[in-house]
Design a protein around this ligand. Structure first.
Ligand code: HEC
Ligand code: HEC
Ligand code: HEC
Ligand code: HEC
Ligand code: HEC
Ligand code: HEC
Length: 451
């Protein structure tokens, strides 16, 4: 009974909070929208002006779609670095926009025509042919060149138009907070004024405002009430016992353990953004007790070709996670002894010692294949949202209670499994149920998990 009253109280406060929260957030939303609209209007106005010359924002997407496979802005790749290419070619080679148009639309044609510089750069890049882009209009090429002429992004400052818009709510949040602070200030002032006016009324009408009589200090009253002292002591004792017990139960539980690994390896980028299947790297999870960490050879299947991440990824790494992804890939190369320039192994290796995160004590037996293959449990059920983890951490507690709870709750998959169908038939008769939990299959027997 007591409990449900408490719940009632908590519930209504909760509801009240929700209503207030909803009202507040809807008005905040409206304010935010107005601010946002104002800003995006000024941005689109700027875009309109820029379009006549060459729009770096459009240029960026054209560049990413057509050129980024072979060119980087600030570094040689298959082709030369393209930052400020128009200005550079004009200054150093006296080449104009017409030459650039001809080159980009059909570089092979220009080379064949005997153009000096075209042949020179073609030789310099070992006669690798650049793709022809006859479909690009003058405006398109203007846009691309405007993008290559844009100053390099500073790490903190957003470059592209979209990103600017995303940042705006941050500013409007500050405005909103400021406005709220002012509002509360005004409210407080109003209250003081109201009290003063009331006092004055009372005085005018001759009503005596009661002066507070001197009370006994609170602690003295408390110390004299033996019952209160007793209750407080009991509560304090129970409280500390609770925390001590909680602390002791934490010993050996490493939930949330998130060590720094020798190479910053991001599951978010590999399993999330690039959708690489867990079992591509943790291939033994399906068939054996252990899931295992992949050998670096598996990494090199891809990383022989991927020496650098995309520029956007690199910026994101620096801005959001403080990690230089490209430097991390260099660590991988160093570990396997890969010479990027020669595209060959040097034989000079230094194995990476990954720090083990999930680790049951020796006296407990856990088998991946049984859970992943036989039971069909998803990796994420036990390991959490791995595809969102920039840094791997232990998601579940891995305590005995955790194993047991799941065995009590999870129904065993028996379809398409002849071995189980027979057992299932017998056991479900024994328990008088349709579905069997892992517990009913014997998943609570000490010997199954303890040697
Ligand atoms: C298939 C790879 C490839 C693609 C795609 C590509 N390029 Fe190139 N580009 C090259 C190579 C290689 C060179 C060096 C000359 C040569 O070997 O043909 C080059 C040279 C150039 C040059 C001369 C630069 C200099 O410093 O002399 C310009 C300008 C250029 N590319 C612009 C572009 C633009 C713009 C795009 C996208 C619309 C593009 N390229 C797409 C491979 C490519
Ligand atoms: C491209 C290879 C690759 C892919 C794909 C991959 N992992 Fe990993 N995984 C690793 C490497 C390398 C480590 C060790 C470094 C670390 O802990 O971050 C690791 C560590 C882990 C660990 C912690 C191991 C420990 O020490 O206890 C778990 C759990 C894990 N991965 C689960 C997953 C899951 C689930 C997926 C799929 C969503 C996945 N991994 C996809 C390479 C990969
Ligand atoms: C199936 C292909 C593939 C495999 C296998 C693979 N990677 Fe990657 N790796 C990628 C891609 C794709 C990127 C991101 C490129 C981008 O976003 O521009 C990347 C990025 C990275 C980065 C930079 C981002 C980060 O995670 O810090 C590192 C370091 C890296 N990989 C290490 C490894 C290691 C170590 C292994 C082996 C355990 C591995 N990779 C296996 C494809 C792969
Ligand atoms: C039923 C829960 C559960 C599921 C499902 C599960 N794991 Fe695990 N995983 C664990 C436990 C528990 C450990 C610790 C095992 C130990 O210390 O012996 C672990 C450890 C690991 C490790 C560390 C190395 C090792 O083998 O001890 C990796 C890597 C891993 N899991 C990856 C995966 C992948 C990938 C999947 C999906 C294919 C997966 N796990 C599914 C519970 C699970
Ligand atoms: C997400 C749910 C889940 C978690 C968490 C889980 N299990 Fe299981 N486990 C199952 C299911 C389902 C089965 C039944 C598999 C089958 O069909 O045989 C099973 C079966 C088993 C079996 C075989 C039981 C038998 O009857 O043969 C063992 C042993 C086992 N689990 C150990 C563990 C241990 C140890 C842990 C904790 C470290 C754990 N499990 C955590 C779901 C789970
Ligand atoms: C589903 C698997 C599973 C079953 C069934 C199981 N245990 Fe455990 N037990 C574990 C795991 C996993 C641990 C390690 C927990 C940790 O490291 O915190 C453990 C730990 C223990 C511990 C060490 C104290 C502790 O909590 O860390 C004792 C004692 C223990 N088990 C006894 C038993 C007894 C007795 C039974 C039978 C009634 C039993 N276990 C059944 C998985 C199981």
């Amino acid at each position: 009974m007591k409990k449900s009253y408490q719940n009632l109280g908590v519930n209504s406060i909760y509801n009240m909070k929700q209503v207030i929260h909803r009202k507040l957030s809807s008005s905040l939303l409206r304010l935010g929208l107005i601010v946002l609209l104002t800003f995006s209007y000024s941005i689109s106005a700027q875009e309109g002006e820029a379009a006549q010359e060459g729009d770096p924002v459009k240029g960026k997407s054209l560049y990413n779609a057509n050129c980024a496979a072979c060119h980087k802005l600030d570094k040689k790749m298959t082709g030369p670095a393209l930052r400020n290419v128009e200005a550079r070619l004009a200054e150093e080679e006296g080449l104009d926009r017409e030459w650039l148009n001809a080159w980009i639309r059909n570089s092979a044609g220009l080379i064949k025509s005997g153009d000096d510089y075209a042949n020179k750069i073609y030789e310099e890049y070992n006669k690798v042919a650049m793709t022809a882009f006859p479909q690009l209009s003058d405006q398109d090429i203007s846009d691309i060149l405007a993008y290559t002429a844009a100053p390099p992004p500073k790490p903190e400052e957003p470059v592209a138009g979209q990103q600017v818009v995303v940042q705006k709510p941050g500013i409007s949040n500050e405005i909103i907070l400021g406005a709220l602070a002012v509002l509360f200030g005004l409210l407080a002032l109003a209250l003081v004024l109201v009290k003063k006016t009331l006092d004055r009324f009372a005085e005018a009408k001759g009503i005596e405002v009661e002066e507070k009589e001197k009370r006994m200090p609170l602690w003295k009253a408390f110390a004299q009430n033996q019952f209160l002292v007793l209750v407080t002591t009991v509560i304090l004792l129970l409280g500390s016992a609770y925390f001590v017990y909680g602390y002791l139960m934490q010993v050996g539980v490493d939930q949330g353990y998130e060590p720094v690994q020798p190479i910053h390896y991001s599951h978010r980028i590999h399993a999330g953004e690039n959708g690489i299947d867990c079992k591509y790297c943790h291939s033994s999870a399906r068939v054996s007790k252990h899931s295992g960490i992949p050998s670096l050879n598996i990494c090199m299947n891809c990383h022989k070709a991927i020496g650098e991440v995309a520029e956007a990824t690199q910026q994101e790494g620096i801005n959001e996670y403080g990690v230089d992804y490209n430097a991390e890939i260099q660590k991988l190369y160093k570990a396997v002894g890969w010479d990027e320039d020669e595209q060959a192994y040097t034989g000079d290796t230094s194995p990476v010692k990954w720090i083990r995160i999930h680790n049951l004590p020796d006296f407990a037996y856990f088998n991946h294949a049984q859970h992943v293959t036989v039971a069909g449990v998803e990796c994420q059920t036990c390991h959490g949202p791995v595809e969102e983890m920039e840094i791997m951490y232990q998601h579940s507690s891995l305590t005995m209670g955790w194993c047991i709870n799941c065995h009590r709750e999870t129904n065993v998959k028996v379809e398409d499994n002849a071995y189980y169908e027979k057992i299932h038939e017998e056991l479900s008769k024994k328990y008088g149920v349709e579905e069997l939990t892992a517990a009913q299959m014997g998943g609570l027997e000490c010997g199954k998990c303890h040697y």
